[in-house]
Design a protein around this ligand. Structure first.
Ligand code: DC
Length: 240
């Protein structure tokens, strides 16, 4: 019998590799990340969803956007589950027992999320929750500060951008196709306001990490973007 029993050995946490994808809203990060996660069979962290859920919870609990301590408490005690279900397409987001998936992607929630995300204490409260997503065989992390703050030693960092006009056009097309009314000029204006807030906030502003590959998708299809990232992943030894 050996001197050391297996149960006495310290637990070793295996942390799988990470690919970070940062950039402004509407650049195609979500689609790219879903394609990468499916291709590599890796987990996916949609960090924007955490800020959006925090925004919804603050609204539901009547916490004002200038109440930093209140917002921090909301972020620290977020009761949220991300459920993948066979019946419904995509991930279902459950906040305090309620399915909030359809409220999550609205323009209003995005605008509140952007303000909530500018609060330092909220970002700190969500940091460990985001890092806990790191796992084997790997993680695709979608956001604004994945490569700069949350996963600074990620194996591959991508910064995906596109002009505000192009991102506005894409969003406008999506809204019209889903039968909603929309004003292109208004959407572009909102995108510029959100970019301004995300890029110029003092804490974790949106910017490419020094070691990120920067891809401008303004006149590129998502398939071409995917191919470029796949090649970079291959070079980094991340594709089997
Ligand atoms: O990616 P999204 O549109 O779902 O993000 C919603 C807001 O959350 C966006 O305005 C910026 C903020 N956000 C952030 O500050 N940091 C992240 N890692 C992800 C999102």
């Amino acid at each position: 019998m050996s001197d050391i029993e297996v149960k006495d050995l310290p637990e070793v946490k295996l942390a799988g590799p990470v690919i970070t994808v940062d950039g402004p809203s509407g650049a195609g990060k979500g689609t790219l990340c879903q394609m990468l996660a499916a291709k590599l069979n890796w987990a996916l962290l949609d960090s924007g969803a955490l800020y959006r859920v925090t925004a919804l919870a603050a609204k539901q609990h009547g916490v004002a956007l200038d109440n930093e301590a209140g917002l921090e408490a909301i972020a620290a005690h977020l009761d949220v589950q991300f459920k993948v279900s066979a019946e419904q397409a995509g991930v279902q987001v459950i906040l305090e027992g309620d399915n909030v998936t359809s409220d999550l992607r609205t323009e209003e929630t995005g605008a509140i999320a952007s303000q909530v995300a500018a609060v330092n204490a909220v970002r700190s409260a969500l940091l460990e929750r985001q890092r806990a997503f790191q796992q084997e065989p790997g993680l695709i992390a979608d956001g604004r500060d994945m490569g700069t703050v949350v996963f600074p030693s990620a194996e591959l960092k991508v910064y995906l951008t596109a002009s505000a006009e192009e991102r506005g056009q894409r969003r406008y097309k999506q809204l019209i196709e889903s039968g909603k009314n929309a004003s292109l000029a208004g959407i572009i204006e909102d995108i510029r306001a959100r970019d301004d807030r995300d890029m110029n906030r003092t804490v974790a502003p949106l910017k490419p990490a020094d070691d990120a590959i920067v891809i401008d998708s303004t006149s590129m299809s998502i398939e071409t973007v995917f191919e470029q990232v796949q090649q970079a992943a291959e070079k980094a030894g991340l594709l089997a």
